[in-house]
Design a protein. Structure first.
Length: 399
């Protein structure tokens, strides 16, 4: 029988919910574009529940224990004395999340002699040293598509919040004020602005589709160019390099995976190529942006605003400069873990586990590493190597 270690974020401060704001979720037949929804044989949860926290357990305990497997769920993930590190040596499967990543470094993988499957409940497996997984023959899988629309909606929300100066205006109301001039002194319309996405995959393309009705000029950079029909439909301009694209854009949104080639892509040099007063939105990975360069660009006015949903490390320390820098719209890593998204990635996790235990193939689009090489979505979106470098920094900020 297998031991499964599942690392999830903490429960709400006031305890696991006894009720919810809504009674259910809209029913989806398929993802936009026709991709198939997760299709497990069964689920042991009600869609709309909080599944991504420790007490939610991704709805897996009944299923796994009915098969005789052992499930260990924890949020304690950083450092040699963490529950995760102690449970890892005899684990066959590790389940983690992009939102609360259990960093599977080469050192940890070396200690996990039984590890065969690293499963991401969500999208984005950069917290796994993919090269080490390749070398060890460990399968890495994630629930592709599950929260792409959730993240793209979050991107659009952040763009509007920055450009319209929403957060400071809200704060005026909360603080009892009514100073319209202070609210609108940094408020603009997005209509007519040029917006570009770094990568136009599932999330980036969904962002472009959602921004087109705002009458913005659309741009993108991606090593895989969109079909001609899609470019014509959206009237979107392709750029050969990120540098060329950012020069013409008022708003830039980052929607690419983190791998060695994209780490610190938005450094001081890249930021200096952007229009003065441009806005930058990053819901991809925190390490794609140089932390201190972003803070300096906001203070100098090179950037008019930065909104991000991703940090490094996660959770971010209380003194992280992105918490206190001016003109930001930061959130903890929540864009892809709405209750709607949780139902999908929990179902997808169940589907992958069913395939694993029954000896059936995991669907190709879920695979990142398989058979000692990049596979499926991994072969399209990732490069071999290690993007976890520096994850030891997370230990310093452990609560």
């Amino acid at each position: 029988m297998a031991k499964i270690v599942c690392v999830l974020y903490d429960d709400p401060v006031d305890g696991y919910p006894k009720s919810y704001a809504r009674d259910g979720l809209p029913k989806m037949e398929h993802y936009p574009g026709g991709q198939t929804l997760p299709s497990p044989k069964a689920i042991d949860f009600q869609p709309g529940m909080l599944l991504g926290s420790v007490s939610g357990e991704l709805g897996l305990r009944k299923y796994l224990e009915s098969l005789g497997h052992t499930l260990v769920v924890t949020s304690d993930k950083d450092g040699p004395d963490s529950a995760f590190e102690k449970e890892l040596p005899d684990a066959e499967i590790v389940i983690s999340q992009p939102f609360w990543p259990a960093y599977l470094t080469a050192e940890r993988i070396a200690k996990a002699s039984n590890l065969k499957l690293a499963l991401t409940a969500g999208i984005g497996s950069d917290h796994v040293d993919l090269q080490a997984a390749i070398d060890r023959g460990i399968t890495v899988a994630e629930v592709t598509y599950c929260n792409s629309i959730s993240v793209s909606e979050h991107v659009v929300m952040m763009i509007l919040a920055l450009v319209r100066n929403y957060i400071p205006s809200y704060q005026w109301v909360v603080n009892g004020g009514w100073n319209i001039a202070d609210c609108v002194a940094r408020s603009y319309d997005v209509e007519g602005m040029h917006v570009g996405t770094v990568a136009a995959g599932r999330i980036g393309l969904a962002v472009l589709r959602r921004l087109k009705p705002f009458d913005m000029h659309l741009h993108y950079h991606d090593r895989h160019r969109l079909p001609d029909a899609v470019e014509k439909e959206l009237d979107v301009t392709w750029h050969d390099t990120v540098e060329d694209m950012v020069k013409v854009c008022d708003v830039v949104t980052i929607n690419c995976p983190l791998h060695p080639e994209t780490e610190n892509l938005f450094n001081e040099k890249m930021l200096s190529k952007m229009k003065r007063g441009a806005y930058l939105v990053n819901t991809a990975r925190g390490k794609i942006c140089d932390r201190d360069a972003i803070a300096r660009a906001l203070k100098s006015g090179q950037l008019a605003g930065y909104a991000g949903d991703v940090w490094f490390p996660q959770p971010a320390p209380k003194d992280h400069p992105w918490r206190t820098m001016p003109y930001h719209g930061m959130t903890p890593h929540v864009s892809g873990t709405s209750l709607s998204a949780q139902a999908r990635y929990a179902a997808g996790t169940r589907e992958i586990l069913e395939c694993w235990f029954e000896g059936r193939p995991i669907r190709e689009e879920y695979l990142i590493v398989d058979g000692g090489k990049l596979a499926g979505a991994g072969a399209h979106s990732y490069s071999a190597g290690d993007a976890t470098g520096g994850s030891e920094e997370a230990v310093r900020f452990k609560k």
